[in-house]
Design a protein around this ligand. Structure first.
Ligand code: NAP
Ligand code: GCO
Length: 258
């Protein structure tokens, strides 16, 4: 029931990071992988990385905020059984210092784009008798923190978009669920883990370790099993659920500082 054999999975922003790990895991479960990224250099880097893992992926240059480009890419791919809305950015700026343009850019990529991607693939999923949509949400779909107002607003919206797609298209055997990663060691969080000048841990690194029962940062590989589960027939009666893969952060008040 966890096999993805014969399925076509499109993972957005998957040249590296979480998207790459999820796509690689889905390929190992039998899926045919298609991915996009924002420029040719990244797509070529991704193609080479997939090839190194023995995966013949198809790559597209497509900015997920450009609806015309999204429609063209989806048309070129043909039927998509599994869509993973992974592409995303964050801008860490105190809200009162953040420009409206920066706020809009984050919401455009992290919320508007998953809407446009899902809108593009759903008609074919309905025709084919079903499909799987997985939106990559966040701890900030539930919790806020300083400097991430746009990102939290977008990821909170993405949680509700996930529930609404589940509600509107469940009758067509389309399941739409979210994955809410905890703090994962990728380029996106690298600034939060940088060693200090004196060689000590970044304060945020220590903070996250104290806030996570697993006492570690997650890795992109930690998300593969949950993603394969939500992409497979094993989750055909799971719909509108946000599966938090956070090492227990959301369950834990946090360790008393020493
Ligand atoms: P990442 O390392 O920054 O990778 C994001 C990918 O999305 C990059 O390949 C990026 O390309 C691509 N992308 C950005 N804007 C795009 C656009 N307009 N069109 C197409 N592709 C675009 O991020 P990550 O850590 O792997 O995170 C992946 C997803 O997980 C994001 O949605 C993120 O919000 C979410 N997430 C991450 C964490 C974490 O702790 N890392 C936790 C929870 C959720 P560029 O290289 O050109 O930017
Ligand atoms: C931040 C981090 C987080 C993670 C992730 C947590 O600055 O707080 O980047 O937002 O990326 O979303 O789930």
């Amino acid at each position: 029931m966890f096999s993805l054999k014969g399925k076509t999975a499109l993972v957005t922003g998957a040249s590296y990071g979480i998207g790459f790990a999820i796509a690689k895991g889905m390929a190992e479960a039998g899926a045919n992988i298609v991915f996009n990224d924002i420029n040719e250099e990244l797509v070529n880097k991704g193609l080479a990385a997939y090839k190194e893992c023995g995966i013949e992926a198809r790559g597209f240059v497509c900015d997920v905020t450009d609806e015309t480009a999204v429609s063209k890419m989806v048309e070129e791919i043909g039927h998509i059984d599994i869509l993973v809305n992974n592409a995303g950015i964050i801008k860490r700026i105190p809200m009162h210092e953040m420009s409206a343009e920066d706020f809009r850019k984050v919401v455009d990529i992290d919320l508007n784009a998953p809407f446009m991607m899902a809108k593009a693939v759903i008609p074919s999923m309905i025709k084919k008798g079903g499909g799987k949509i997985i939106n990559i949400c966040s701890m900030t779909s539930e919790l806020g923190r300083e400097t991430v107002s746009a990102y939290a607003a977008a990821k909170g919206g993405l949680k509700m978009l996930t529930k609404n797609i589940a509600s509107e298209y469940g009758e067509y055997n389309i399941q739409c669920n979210g994955i809410g990663p905890g703090y994962i060691a990728t380029p996106q969080t690298a600034p939060l883990r940088e060693k200090q000048a004196d060689g000590s841990r970044h304060p945020f690194d220590s903070f996250i370790i104290a806030k996570t029962p697993a006492a570690r940062w997650g890795t992109p590989e930690d998300l593969v099993g949950p993603a394969v589960f939500l992409a497979s027939s094993a989750s055909d009666f799971v719909n509108g659920h946000i599966l938090y893969v956070d090492g227990g952060i959301l369950a834990y008040i946090g360790k008393q500082p020493k």
